[in-house]
Design a protein around this ligand. Structure first.
Ligand code: LMR
Length: 328
């Protein structure tokens, strides 16, 4: 009898201990492959976060839309089914934060320096603040890079897009961009793009080379044009209730891990995209074309009016503030 109560007390103590030491789990869902800038940085954040918290935090990374597709992952974050995401800045419109679509405006950033003036300054902070009423806290901006266009026909002049069905992300700015080129934009989740291209549901698409290569889109696209007409980046976001409820020392450690992961991400993004373009070339299925100076001017002429057309959606003041920062 005595032994039984001792054993019972021991097992209660053990399970209490196990409970007390159960790690805080961060489910980090994203839609791209692990060997992309975002995929690698998510892994790096996991390592840094688990080390900095001595295992009190466990980060589970779910890449490649394994858990959720584009739209579902934002809903899952708000519901608390996952704690962390890094959606592209083109995917915040359905949340009601249309201002993030400013990043999709054609030719708004002449360089990465211009982009960082925006993301790392007051404009970036102001944009992240807009997420708070949605139950979301923004932690960092991550890079991918400037986009290329692809199709099964050469895309040299804006007129080459006429009538093409082009897959876009959910951004209304991207919709306007494709229409300005005379194409028919079609919103599709990232996980559906390869198959849509393969089966001819859409004719072409846009993305930085790292996304194109890791999803094997080049295997079903005969032509890629290096146009750098627009930018693709991410906001790393967490469920606000979860974040605010963390012990302060854990939050501080995670913030530091995120800063380091962000520095890493920015350092690898350009190189990864350069390597991916090389790899697409080497695979030999796709002709890669770089626009001539005249063609670049024609694209700009066709696409720059989108900045003005989208003032009603994004806000005139925000667009001119970004242009001002970008020009510094
Ligand atoms: C896309 O949907 O095309 C990309 O933004 C996916 C991503 O997250 O890079």
């Amino acid at each position: 009898m005595k032994l039984k109560s001792v054993l019972l007390a021991m097992s209660v103590a053990l399970s209490f201990n196990a409970y007390a030491q159960a790690p805080i789990v961060i489910k980090f869902s994203h839609v791209v492959a692990t060997d992309t800038p975002k995929g690698q940085a998510a892994e790096r954040f996991k390592q840094l976060a688990e080390k900095a918290t001595n295992g009190r935090v466990k980060v589970e990374v779910y890449p490649n839309s394994q858990l959720y597709k584009d739209k579902e992952e934002l809903e899952a974050l708000q519901l608390g089914a996952v704690q962390m995401l890094a959606p592209s800045l083109a995917k915040f419109g359905p949340l009601g934060v249309k201002e993030f679509e400013a990043f999709d405006l054609p030719y708004i950033f002449p360089s990465k320096t211009a982009l960082y003036n925006v993301t790392e300054g007051e404009i970036g902070k102001g944009l992240m603040k807009k997420l708070e009423p949605k139950g979301i806290t923004g932690l960092a901006f991550w890079d991918n890079g400037f986009k290329v266009m692809s199709a099964n026909k050469p895309l040299h002049e804006p007129s080459d897009f006429k009538g093409l069905k082009m897959r876009i992300q959910s951004s209304k700015v991207l919709d306007a961009q494709m229409r300005a080129l005379g194409a028919n934009p079609q919103v599709l989740a990232f996980s559906e793009v390869y198959q849509a291209l393969q089966t001819g549901v859409v004719d072409g698409t846009e993305n930085p080379p790292s996304n194109m290569y890791t999803q094997k889109m080049h295997e079903v696209q005969k032509y890629v044009t290096v146009s750098n007409h627009g930018y693709l980046g991410y906001a790393v976001i967490v469920n606000k209730k979860f974040w605010d409820g963390l012990p302060a020392d854990i939050r501080t450690a995670l913030d530091k891990a995120m800063k380091e992961a962000t520095t890493f991400e920015k350092a690898i993004a350009q190189r990864d995209n350069d390597l991916a373009l090389e790899a697409i070339k080497k695979a030999g299925k796709t002709t890669i074309y770089t626009l001539s100076v005249k063609e670049q001017a024609d694209w700009r002429k066709a696409l720059l009016p989108v900045q003005k057309d989208m003032e009603g959606r994004i806000g005139k003041d925000l667009i001119s503030a970004i242009n001002k920062e970008a020009a510094k």
